[in-house]
Unconditional design. Structure first.
Length: 228
């Protein structure tokens, strides 16, 4: 009987290894479809490809210290979760400075792409507050609980989309401030001219899709209320 029990334990252990290997092959993630925790600190909950934090390889499950520089390579992806039902995604070929804890919630997007689904944030405006702020070369966004996307096209052009919900947007010089509420993607491009002045123009839905944002939301058990 002891030999049979030991054999069963060996088979169970082998099965665990197989399942873990299969999960890793399709991308490394900690959880999907459920809130992570109420911890206000930023934590790596999904990881694909070549990603570094402060020059060191990113590690699944690790916390990301305030002021950390995150760099993603070609075809890479990093998802970070904080508090209950708040997640953001740093996409391929991106450099960003992440500062998230119980006192600070911000990302400085130097190059590349950034998407987020925030389900539980307090009100914030582009001039400050206790919500979440994203800064880019020519634009800044203050975020309420919402779904949104940023793309640094180059150092003179930043694309900002309020995908669903409300984003307080402004140019980097804070001369043009607007609060944008959208049911299904309302985007703008902030362009710095040769004289240094930033202009704002409407833009279509670029660089991201409904499916992409829905997948990000599903990681934290949220359904984006499109058209509501």
């Amino acid at each position: 009987m002891k030999e049979i029990t030991g054999y069963r334990l060996l088979i169970a252990a082998a099965l665990v290894v197989v399942l873990a290997t299969a999960a890793f092959a399709s991308g490394t993630q900690e959880s999907s479809g459920a809130p992570i925790s109420n911890n206000p600190r930023a934590r790596v909950t999904y990881l694909e490809g070549d990603v570094t934090v402060n020059g060191e390889p990113a590690v699944l499950g690790n916390y990301v210290a305030v002021g950390s520089s995150v760099t993603t390579g070609e075809d890479a992806l990093l998802e970070i979760t904080f508090s209950d039902r708040n997640i953001f995604e740093i996409q391929a070929n991106t450099v960003a400075v992440v500062s998230v804890n119980d006192k600070m919630r911000s990302v400085e997007l130097k190059t590349g792409s950034f998407g987020a689904v925030f389900d539980k944030l307090q009100t914030v405006s582009s001039s400050g507050g206790d919500g979440f702020r994203v800064t880019a070369p020519t634009a800044v966004g203050g975020v309420r609980g919402t779904t949104f996307f940023f793309e640094v096209e180059d150092q003179d052009n930043t694309y900002v989309c309020a995908c669903n919900g409300t984003v307080a947007m402004a140019d980097a010089d804070r001369q043009q401030v607007q609060e944008v509420t959208a049911k299904h993607h309302k985007a703008f491009r902030y362009t710095r001219g040769s004289d240094g002045t930033i202009t704002v123009n409407g833009a279509g839905m670029l660089y991201h899709t409904d499916d992409q944002m829905n997948q990000l939301a599903s990681r934290i058990g949220v359904s984006i209320p499109w058209q509501k």
